[in-house]
Each structure stands twice: as structure tokens, then as C-alpha cells.
Ligand binder design. Structure first.
Ligand code: NAD
Ligand code: DAU
Length: 352
């Protein structure tokens, strides 16, 4: 058994589905608070799979986490649970401090107590895998080298500051207590089941709904894009072979300016589902006020995980983005389920 936290979210949900696609894989206890970003519809394919146990709860709930560890005796914990959206962290940072810092602290303490109670092989094999972000490293200029694992942390948003704090806690639990951790710092994911507050799914849905495609500032900010299935395979590899106490950068070797990403999506939609009036979707692009403190460029140097653990992404941006747009066209029921009242309230707050 493994314990996954945040497994009803975008990456956690993909991870749970991918993991259990292997008939010989260990079972999963999936602990998720079901915030606005958690979605049980993502886990619908597992409704008859007894290897998946869903628990509705908070990683900050000490009693619950202790009970789950004692009951299910997991051989590993993979911690995805977090508040993950930079724009929301600017409007309301408190939840980010609570879940990303205090929640991770609680999980570490409960897990350490559980690990101390283990013996022999079970103790030797146990792993705590913390899933983090490249945003902890700060912002790069156009000519700076890509982030390596030794780059100093310079987080700039409430979100990235809270993730950086959680990474530091994880590191300290290894150095102080010998608690067996690995951390991965990953670039921007995209793919199926992505909540449409983030750039790629937002642009796909707005395009199809004849709404503006909002570009912050000049649209020249650069992100490194990683297909979510590749992120999941990297986590499996690090969990299986990663060296304790190490951090591994995970990236797609796909640096793109935001405007280029949005134009690519528009071109794919023009091919797959052109507008009834024949006008290109790119005509809906609208430049809007920039995000405060907007990081200019992220770039991941993922050569350590390739060299030491033999992992490389399978998708290029071209293959991954085509699959992603097609998935959104093929899954209107999942989309209808997420664009509820609270989602519309968010769009109203952020874009008007
Ligand atoms: P998400 O917002 O889609 O999902 C987060 C999940 O965590 C949701 O299901 C939510 O209900 C759950 N959750 C929130 N607070 C919780 C709590 N207190 N207790 C239990 N569950 C809680 O996020 P995501 O994009 O899937 O990101 C997953 C992890 O990966 C996060 O830690 C994020 O920082 C990290 N990450 C994300 C990206 C990305 O591009 N999306 C890139 C690098 C790292
Ligand atoms: O780098 C990894 C990070 O990637 C993760 O840690 C975060 O959890 C994840 O949300 C993501 O953060 P970003 O801020 O980079 O992702 P987002 O999709 O919000 O924005 C991507 C870029 O697009 C960013 O430069 C802001 C810009 N943008 C975003 C939105 C929502 C726009 O121009 N318009 C928009 O409407």
C-alpha cells in the first residue's frame, strides 16, 4: 500500500490512475480534502477498483493522518496535496501557508512517528516523496542558465514561498532525524484533468466558449512545459530508485513563451474544431493586466534525473499539446462538472 495525498487533483489524479493501470501495482490510500481543485470525477474509472481507497480529509488533521498510517501501514507517502495556483495565492495567501507549510509539517511529524515504529525491511524500505515546484528557485533572465538542484531558493509569490518552506522542512527532517525523504521540483505540467484556472486548460475552454484568451502583460514570460504523464513516470522512478535526502529537477526540455503556447493551442483548435464563422481562434487573444510580481522565466535542467536514474520525458510539446486539446474536446462531461458556480466566481474576481 502507498499513501497518496492530493490524489483528486490534477497531477495526483493522473498519478493514481497511471499507478493503478499496472495490475501488479500496490494499492493506494488517497487522502484529499476536496477543495475547489479536487475532483472525484477524475477518479471515476476506479470506482470498482478495490485497490483504491479514497479518504476525504485534510493533511493537517493529525488524528486522521495517524489513524490512516496505523491502519494501512503504507510503504511510502507521495505528497501532492497543496494549494497550487499562483493567482489565488496573491488574492488569499492564508490557505497556502496552512496547507503547504503547516499541512506538510503535520504530515512529516505523523509519518516520522509511524516510521519510528517500523522495524527491519519495512523501516528500511519506507519513503516520503515530496512533490514540489521549480518556482522555489525564483525567476531567470533570458540568458541565465536553467535551474539545477543547487540553485539558491528565491521564491517570489506567496505560493512559491510556501512551497519553498515545505521543501526546507522536508530537507531538515532528513538531516536532523534521518527521516527517509526524496523531493522532486518540477516545471509546468499540462494534460488531461487540468483544472481550467491554469493557462492551458483556461485557453482551450475560453476559445471553445467564444471568450477572450487572457494574456498577462506582454505574453513573453517563459515556462518549461512537461506532459503530466511524464511527470508521473518521473515520480515512479524517483520513488523506486532516488537517493534518500536528494532533490531531483523534473522538466520537459520545452521552454516556450506564453504567447507561443496560446497561438499553438489556437492553431490546433482551428484544425480540429474550427469556429463556425471560420475566423481563427487567435482573434480572441486579449492582453490583460499583468500578474503582480510575475516571474519572467523558468527553465529546468533535468540532467541529474536523466544521468542518475535514467528518466527522460516521452512527449515533446507538440505531441503532448495535441493529445491535451483532443482530450478536452473528447471529455465535455468532466468539463461540465468543474465549471460550477465557484469556478465562475473565480473568473469574475480575476478577469474583470
Ligand atoms: P491541484 O491544485 O490540481 O490539486 C491539489 C489537490 O490537493 C486537490 O485535489 C486538493 O483538494 C488537495 N488538497 C488541497 N489542500 C489539501 C489538504 N489540506 N489536505 C488534503 N488535500 C488537499 O494541484 P496540482 O497541479 O495537481 O499540483 C500537485 C502538486 O504538484 C502540488 O504540490 C504542486 O505544488 C506541485 N506542482 C504542480 C505543478 C503544476 O504545473 N501543476 C508543477 C510543479 C509542482
Ligand atoms: O512552474 C511550476 C508551476 O506551474 C506550479 O508549481 C504551479 O502549481 C502551477 O500553477 C504553474 O504555475 P504558473 O503560474 O506558471 O501557471 P499558470 O498556468 O497559472 O500560468 C502559466 C503562465 O501563463 C504564467 O506566466 C502566467 C500566464 N497566464 C496565466 C493565466 C491563468 C496568462 O498569461 N493568462 C492567464 O489567464
Amino acid at each position: 500500500m502507498i499513501l497518496v495525498t492530493g490524489g483528486a487533483g490534477f497531477i495526483g489524479g493522473n498519478f493514481v490512475l497511471d499507478w493503478l493501470a499496472d495490475p501488479s501495482a500496490e494499492s493506494i490510500v488517497n487522502l484529499d480534502k476536496l477543495t475547489y481543485a479536487g475532483n472525484l470525477a477524475t477518479l471515476e474509472p476506479l470506482k470498482n477498483d478495490t485497490r483504491h481507497v479514497f479518504i476525504h480529509g485534510d493533511i493537517g488533521d493529525q488524528e486522521l493522518v495517524k489513524r490512516l498510517l496505523a491502519q494501512y501501514k503504507p510503504m511510502a507517502i507521495v505528497n501532492f496535496a497543496a494549494e497550487s495556483h499562483v493567482d489565488r495565492s496573491i488574492h488569499g495567501p492564508a490557505e497556502f501557508v496552512q496547507t503547504n507549510i503547516v499541512g506538510t509539517f503535520n504530515l512529516l511529524e505523523c509519518a516520522r512517528e509511524y516510521w519510528n515504529s517500523l522495524e527491519g525491511n519495512a523501516k528500511e524500505a519506507f519513503r516520503f516523496h515530496h512533490v514540489s515546484t521549480d518556482e522555489v528557485y525564483g525567476s531567470l533572465s533570458a540568458t541565465d542558465p536553467a535551474f539545477t538542484e543547487t540553485k539558491a531558493f528565491e521564491p517570489n509569490s506567496p505560493y512559491s514561498a510556501s512551497k519553498a518552506a515545505s521543501d526546507h522542512l522536508v530537507r531538515a527532517w532528513f538531516h536532523t532525524y534521518g527521516f527517509p525523504v526524496v523531493t522532486t521540483n518540477c516545471s509546468n505540467n499540462y494534460g488531461p484533468y487540468h483544472f481550467p484556472e491554469k493557462l492551458i486548460p483556461l485557453v482551450i475552454l475560453n476559445a471553445l466558449n467564444s471568450k477572450p484568451l487572457p494574456i498577462y502583460g506582454d505574453g513573453q514570460q517563459v515556462r518549461d512545459w512537461l506532459y503530466v504523464g511524464d511527470h508521473c513516470s518521473a515520480i515512479r522512478q524517483v520513488l523506486a530508485k532516488g537517493k534518500l535526502g536528494e532533490t531531483y529537477n523534473i522538466g520537459g526540455w520545452n521552454e516556450k513563451a506564453n504567447i507561443e503556447v496560446v497561438n499553438t493551442i489556437c492553431n490546433i483548435l482551428d484544425e480540429l474544431k474550427s469556429r463556425a464563422d471560420g475566423v481563427p481562434y487567435a482573434s480572441q487573444i486579449t492582453y490583460v493586466k499583468d500578474r503582480p510580481g510575475h516571474d519572467r522565466r523558468y527553465a529546468i535542467d533535468a540532467s541529474k534525473v536523466e544521468r542518475e536514474l535514467g528518466w527522460r520525458p516521452a512527449e515533446t510539446f507538440e505531441t503532448g499539446i495535441l493529445k491535451t486539446v483532443q482530450w478536452y474536446l473528447d471529455n465535455p462531461a468532466w468539463i461540465d462538472g468543474v465549471v460550477s458556480g465557484s469556478y465562475r466566481d473565480w473568473l469574475q474576481k480575476q478577469y474583470t
